[in-house]
Design a protein around this ligand. Structure first.
Ligand SMILES: *Cc1c(COP(=O)(O)O)cnc(C)c1O
Length: 343
């Protein structure tokens, strides 16, 4: 039910709801969620809290709001948030952490999006009036800008030891956490366990039209609930949207393996053509990056062949596989790449 004839590999956000998901939306019981009376939202929040092994969860309109209400709930103005310099919170959230929470970000050069415990430890501020107060460490799994990289669980545990040793809070931008779950077989609650707050997007590979869910302790989620209202994210009969999220969690998780398989095929094709930006070992989930001499120009040439992909740098393009990209389109894309990139 895509509304387009393009092969659209710009992002996994471009998916349209399937007929079955539309039926679930149509059937959804609703109420006023600002009064806590929307049964579909309540069910979704319970389901995600359970999935993540947390006490409570909060449905929000976007992944950005989910990350930002978490940071607001975990910090006070003047605090510092340690993150990887390629993370979404630092690059793609319109400066929200500074604008809305009055915190400063302390970006560190992760490799493939991965910060080590040593890097985090070295970035902690001493207790001295000159410095901002180190308050939160945020990680991203899978890592978007690094190319869908799965964070090694043992590295998360090592960073966690530093975070807790220093009395800090730990946030996970798990926009694509279910991709990591499917790629590794490690359950979501195991990935989530070290973190105080976890954000999950329903509108990426899971294929819902809208929505993210933040999970954490009752105490933090109660605070986040207030900030959701403050940030303008208190919705009313949004159970229509939550129903799509519930449907996605029930029916669209295991199929992420297909997206991963198709990304591997794209990765292998590009590797053979000498155009894969990183080694194949870094294609972990549903993204591949190709390197070309002129990315905007190559994006136009792909478009002329019916394939959409975004330039992410002057010499790199990203392709993301998803629910509305099937084996037929994969074959076509492979042919286009071979035609345009043959050596
Ligand atoms: C997409 C994304 C978000 C949030 O996206 P919204 O467009 O605000 O829903 C957050 N983190 C990562 C890693 C993402 O890829």
């Amino acid at each position: 039910m895509t509304q387009t004839h393009w092969i659209d590999l710009r992002s996994d956000t471009v998916t349209a709801p399937t007929p079955e998901m539309r039926e679930a939306i149509f059937q959804a019981p609703v109420g006023d969620d600002v009064y806590g009376e929307d049964p579909s939202i309540n069910a979704l929040e319970r389901k995600v809290a359970e999935l993540m092994g947390k006490e409570a969860a909060l449905y929000v309109p976007s992944g950005t709001m989910s990350n930002q209400v978490a940071l607001k709930a975990l910090t006070v103005p003047g605090d510092e948030v340690i993150c990887d310099y390629n993370c979404h919170v630092f690059n793609y959230e319109s400066g929200a952490a500074s604008a809305l929470s009055g915190v400063q970000l302390h970006p560190l050069p992760g490799e493939h999006g991965i910060l080590t415990a040593e890097q985090v430890s070295n970035a902690l501020r001493p207790a001295n009036d000159h410095f901002a107060t180190s308050r939160v460490v945020t990680l991203e799994n899978t890592h978007n800008r690094a190319g869908g990289v799965v964070y090694p669980l043992e590295v998360i545990h090592a960073v966690h030891a530093v975070v807790k040793g220093a009395g800090l809070k730990f946030h996970l931008d798990g926009a694509r956490l279910m991709n990591a779950v499917v790629a590794t077989g490690i359950p979501a609650r195991e990935w989530a366990a070290p973190f105080d707050t976890v954000s999950l997007c329903l509108s990426k590979g899971l294929g819902a039209p809208v929505g993210s869910v933040l999970s954490g302790s009752k105490e933090i989620i109660t605070k986040a609930h207030r900030f959701r209202k403050m940030f303008g994210g208190g919705m009313r009969q949004a159970g229509l949207l939550a129903a799509a999220g519930l449907y996605a969690l029930e029916h669209h998780v295991e199929r992420l393996a297909e997206d991963h398989r198709r990304a591997q095929v794209l990765g292998e094709t590009l590797a053979e053509l000498g155009r894969l930006a990183d080694d194949l070992e870094w294609v972990h989930t549903n993204m591949v990056f190709l390197k070309v001499d002129n990315a905007p120009e190559f994006s136009d040439r792909l478009k002329a062949e019916g394939v959409l992909a975004n330039a992410t740098s002057p010499v790199k393009l990203r392709m993301v596989t998803h629910l509305n990209f099937d084996d037929n389109q994969l074959d076509q894309t492979v042919s286009v790449l071979k035609k345009l990139l043959k050596r």
